[in-house]
Write a protein that binds this ligand. Structure first.
Ligand code: NAP
Length: 485
């Protein structure tokens, strides 16, 4: 049923099927990054509320784990339908708190729904094995069981879809969840509570808590009832949470930072590469973990690529996300703008040349101009640091070996992209890049059917694909003996 945006904007937490305030009554303000104005508040919950949510999830788990795969699948299909029926209001809510263009927000809501449908389908395929036994009188079975209560912590850049990849496989596997959205974008996370509640998931199956990250995080990581933590966010926080989960040996999935290289060889289709570069750089105003952080372009096409990328960047329409035709919204906050300014200042002080953009947008607030920087060099900060903004540094290179060495010279290993028309080089490159994901002549590769995730300090585990449900299942080996020879 189609609802209004206000229907989904809950200024309360969902614990055991009840919409409640923090025990202390304290709240956090939520701001619209396009206007700087307050949108509303959410509860500032802490340890006690989190513990109650975990206990509710544990109690719900005792029933939910016994449902059949078909029952779970059918309910998830209803959830998928409810999301698609409400794509517009959910997207408007997302844009209001996050800033991205309404077109991108609608895309994010659609992919959230697509993950739900995908895992509704995968719920029915969590096969075990019957293994040939080395003994005549015994049989060996391998079964899959839901892991238990899952804690899910999400970032602000994709406040809907990052939760979809966690909630959907958890519910599909037979797990229950306690969800913590980012404080800057809590409403899209709370909307998951509204939707799950309204399509009929039993109370306590999905709980949503907002508030003090440290307190909530400590309880989620320390409480032995939580059997798995799934986190998307910065590498710094991810490492800390992994360490905290060690005390109770929880399973963890970590989707962390990236430092994506985008390599363009002399033999590439340059127009296609520029088209891919625009999506891989400027989606969500450059605030995605798979956004290109470093462009590496071979000498023969360097000038042409820079010129075409700058021309395309110039044409991007920057504006409030809800305004018709907007392609790039504001950055999330003032801190993000300052970080981008610092990186540009560092680059120009080391010889980088701003070809286009380079400063705050005339719209003010946290709007920033799409920026291209030529003459990028490895000693500049964005060689190692995540930019998380609309800045495209372009590094020149001479040989394939040099490109591989530069691309892999980072502790991160999430997404990577390269453009070439040479088949041999394609295979060499896809094997040489130490990344969890590789786009070959493609700048936008995320899809529910494929496993999303990184290597090195970009994380552990995969979301999406048939692999995406595995992290929510425990494997059990059963040996049945005494069967007679
Ligand atoms: P963040 O600062 O790490 O925050 C992510 C989440 O962790 C938020 O909900 C935050 O809560 C929470 N958090 C912060 N400190 C915590 C603590 N001590 N205990 C428990 N939770 C805590 O990251 P972000 O700035 O929101 O997101 C940007 C980062 O996410 C980038 O590095 C980006 O690359 C990464 N990312 C990765 C993927 C991927 O799939 N690999 C996808 C998207 C984003 P509060 O909001 O309340 O502080």
């Amino acid at each position: 049923m189609l609802q209004k945006t206000s229907h989904f904007m809950r200024q309360a937490n969902l614990i055991n099927g009840e919409w409640v305030q923090a025990d202390s009554g304290a709240t956090i303000d939520v701001t619209n990054p396009a206007t700087g104005l307050k949108l509303g508040t959410v509860p500032k919950s802490g340890k006690a509320e989190t513990r109650r949510a975990i206990e509710a999830a544990e109690s719900a788990f005792q029933t939910w784990r016994k449902t059949s795969a078909l029952e779970r699948s059918n309910l998830l299909r209803k959830l998928h339908q409810a999301i698609m029926d409400n794509q517009q209001p959910l997207a408007e809510l997302l844009t209001s708190e996050q800033g991205k263009s309404l077109t991108e927000a609608k895309g994010e809501v659609a992919i959230s729904a697509a993950y739900v449908l995908w895992f509704a389908e995968e719920a029915r395929r969590t096969y075990g094995d019957v293994v040939p036994s080395p003994w005549r009188d015994r049989r060996i079975l391998v079964t899959k069981e839901p892991t238990g209560v899952v804690a899910a912590i999400a970032p602000w850049n994709f406040p809907s879809s990052m939760l979809s990849r966690k909630i959907a496989p958890a519910l599909a596997a037979g797990c229950t969840a306690v969800v913590k959205p980012a404080s800057q974008t809590p409403y899209s996370g709370l909307a998951w509570g509204v939707l799950c509640d309204e399509v009929g998931f039993p109370k306590g199956t999905v709980n949503v808590i907002t508030g003090s990250a440290g307190e909530i995080g400590d309880e989620l990581c320390g409480n032995p009832l939580v059997k798995k933590l799934t986190f998307t966010g910065s590498t710094e926080v991810g490492k800390m949470l992994m360490a905290k989960c060690a005390a109770t040996v929880k399973k963890v999935s970590m989707e962390l930072g990236g430092n994506a290289p985008f390599i363009v060889f002399d033999d590439a289709d340059i127009d296609r590469a520029v088209e891919g570069a625009m999506v891989a750089k400027y989606r969500n105003s450059g605030q995605t973990c798979v956004c290109t952080n470093r462009f590496f372009v071979q000498e023969g096409v360097y000038d042409t690529f820079v010129e075409k990328l700058a021309a395309a960047s110039d044409k991007l329409k920057v504006g409030p996300g809800l305004e018709e035709g907007t392609q790039q919204g504001p950055l999330i906050d003032e801190k993000a703008v300052e970080k981008v300014e610092e990186l540009i200042a560092d680059a120009t002080s080391k010889g980088g040349k701003v070809v286009t953009g380079g400063k705050r947008h005339k719209l003010g607030g946290s709007f920033f101009e799409p920026t291209v920087i030529a003459g990028a060099r490895p000693e500049m900060k964005f060689m190692k640091e995540e930019i998380f903004g609309p800045v495209a540094p372009v590094f020149p290179f001479k040989t394939e070996e040099e490109a591989v060495a530069l691309a892999n010279d980072t502790e991160f290993g999430l997404a990577s992209y390269f453009y070439t028309r040479d088949l041999g080089r394609t295979v060499r490159m896809m094997e040489a890049l130490k990344y969890g994901m590789v786009g070959v002549n493609e700048g936008l590769i995320t899809t529910v059917e494929a496993p999303f995730g990184g290597v090195k300090e970009s994380g552990v585990g995969r979301e999406g694909g048939h692999q995406g449900i595995e992290d929510y299942l425990d494997t059990k080996y059963v040996c049945i003996g005494g069967l007679g020879a």
